[in-house]
Design a protein around this ligand. Structure first.
Ligand code: BG6
Length: 485
């Protein structure tokens, strides 16, 4: 039976964090080096970690000294702030390593040593930065090592590859951990800008009254990336763009954009509203999707010779509820595209009648838009028609733009989410129910995916994307660039 602990069920949000032993599985992997080790270091340097010991473990034949070298290398390459000797020494002293080959016994001993060092009974945070196929073996090992009590576990996506595998994964996880202990991480939700969607919508009286089908014409969530698949090809071959980006990140962002006001700003209420959006999402039809593959993908190491894995996907979906019925939501993401961006673009309905004469420019630049830029330096823009100064009445598209300047104290997405998990705050994590529902509504597309169409690296995807979005047009590339602050 999974262990349930009253403090897991009822986290005292905002209470000081208890001392922690963090067990980092996949401690020398790409994510650990790029995000997790620098993130933990920054949290500690910012005074946001409680007293901690970090036990790294991986398949590498390494000892604690070797792990400290890996960590130092990761900081030299990826830390966002200068690493002072003092901060490094303190951080290095909190690190230890045990090879995964030592099995459950080896792990139990390493954690016991870290706990003895901390004293009393610290909490445990297990971070599974391991390939999906290894996740359950790690969970089993944690059970055997008796490390379930007092613990929370952070899982990385993908949480399955379809409905069946996600149900099996959740059922297997629940044999060892209670749902309240499981934190499924989606780093898009940890981005400052994602949270700003909630602030923007629910902290103001101005926008919510027009946040519905009466006033919103269509929505685009567009996340083109310039990078290639590169060394991640073996992983990517098992997922593709839809599973890698849409089922996790894009649908989660969509839920924040589309959900009803939660009864409180607390995990259960927000999860409930997100899940209601997922329940109202219509199943994804193959005819509403365009899959693409960039030219050259098949030549990359680790890619099967005739792979039809998509490196690009664009799709149309709809939310069948009172707020959104009839409003199309267009989602797009892909690798090796023309630009890297992460935007939500909301197009408002045009006025019912225009008294402006032909040639005035009314409507010439598309509808009014509200645009969220989810980039690290996040921005917001509201565009509308206004009078061009001078004689006559000519109209120009104008915009109010707002930059959320990122100070150095802003937490990176992973940092925020690790901190939230340590305090037991599940607001920004995804639930078993939500994930299973998303896989369920993906079933028609996954069962009968449309053929992958080629696209040129550096483009915006296959030509068919224009038919998909017609009679509208893709917002990206922007006709007018963001103003520089
Ligand atoms: C990851 C995906 O979750 O998110 C990657 O697996 C993708 O394929 C990445 O490149 C994008 O995240 P970010 O924060 O760099 O935009």
């Amino acid at each position: 039976m999974p262990h349930t602990d009253p403090t897991d069920m009822d986290p005292k949000l905002g209470a000081p964090l208890q001392p922690h032993v963090i067990v980092l599985f996949g401690a020398s992997g790409d994510l650990a080096r790029r995000k997790l080790i620098p993130g933990l270091f920054h949290l500690e340097a910012a005074g946001l970690l409680p007293e901690c010991r970090i036990v790294g473990t991986s398949l590498d034949d390494m000892d604690t000294e070797g792990f400290r070298e890996v960590a130092r290398g990761a900081l030299d390459e990826f830390a966002r702030h200068p690493v002072t000797d003092e901060a490094w020494t303190a951080f290095a002293n909190s690190l230890s390593f045990t090879p995964t080959s030592g099995g459950a016994n080896g792990l139990a001993k390493a954690v016991a040593a870290a706990e003895a060092d901390l004293g009393a009974e610290p909490r445990r945070l297990h971070y599974l930065s391991v390939p999906p196929k290894s996740a359950l073996a790690v969970v089993k090992m944690l059970g055997e090592a008796d490390l379930v009590e007092r613990s929370r576990i952070i899982m990385e996506k993908p949480f399955g590859i379809d409905l069946r595998s996600s149900q099996e994964l959740n059922a297997a996880l629940h044999e060892t951990f209670a749902e309240e202990q499981i934190f499924r991480i989606d780093h898009f939700l940890g981005k400052e800008a994602a949270l700003n969607i909630l602030a923007f919508r629910f902290a103001n009286g101005l926008f919510e009254p027009i946040w519905n089908r009466e006033h919103i014409d269509h929505v685009q969530i567009d996340v083109p990336e310039t990078l290639a698949v590169g060394p991640r090809a073996p992983f990517y071959e098992t997922t593709g763009a839809y599973r890698d980006m849409v089922v996790t990140h894009l649908f989660q962002v969509l839920a924040f954009m589309a959900m009803e006001p939660p009864t409180a700003l607390e995990p259960r209420a927000i999860t409930e509203e997100k899940n209601k959006v997922f329940r109202s999402l219509s199943p994804i039809q193959p005819s509403d999707a365009v899959r693409g593959q960039y030219a050259g993908y098949l030549d990359e190491p680790g890619v099967a010779p005739h792979s039809d894995v998509e490196t690009f996907i664009a799709l149309k979906c709809g939310i069948d509820n009172w707020r959104w019925a009839g409003v199309p939501f267009y989602l797009r993401t892909g690798k090796r595209m023309a630009e890297g961006a992460r935007i939500i673009s909301i197009a408002f309905r045009e006025p019912p009648r225009s008294m402006f004469p032909p040639g005035s420019g009314i409507g010439a630049h598309g509808p009014d838009h509200l645009t969220f830029d989810l980039a690290d330096a996040s921005r917001l823009s509201l565009s509308f028609y206004g009078k061009r100064p001078g004689t006559g009445l000519k109209l120009d598209k104008q915009s109010l733009q707002f930059s959320l300047h990122e100070g150095s104290d802003v937490l990176e997405a992973y940092e925020r989410l690790i901190h939230d998990a340590m305090s037991g705050d599940r607001t920004l994590f995804t639930s078993a129910e939500g994930i299973e529902r998303l896989w369920g509504l993906s079933a028609p597309l996954l069962a009968d995916p449309p053929p992958v169409r080629p696209y040129a690296p550096g483009s915006w995807g296959p030509n068919a994307i224009h038919q998909l979005v017609a009679p509208f047009v893709w917002r990206l590339p922007f006709e007018r660039a963001w103003r520089q602050a």
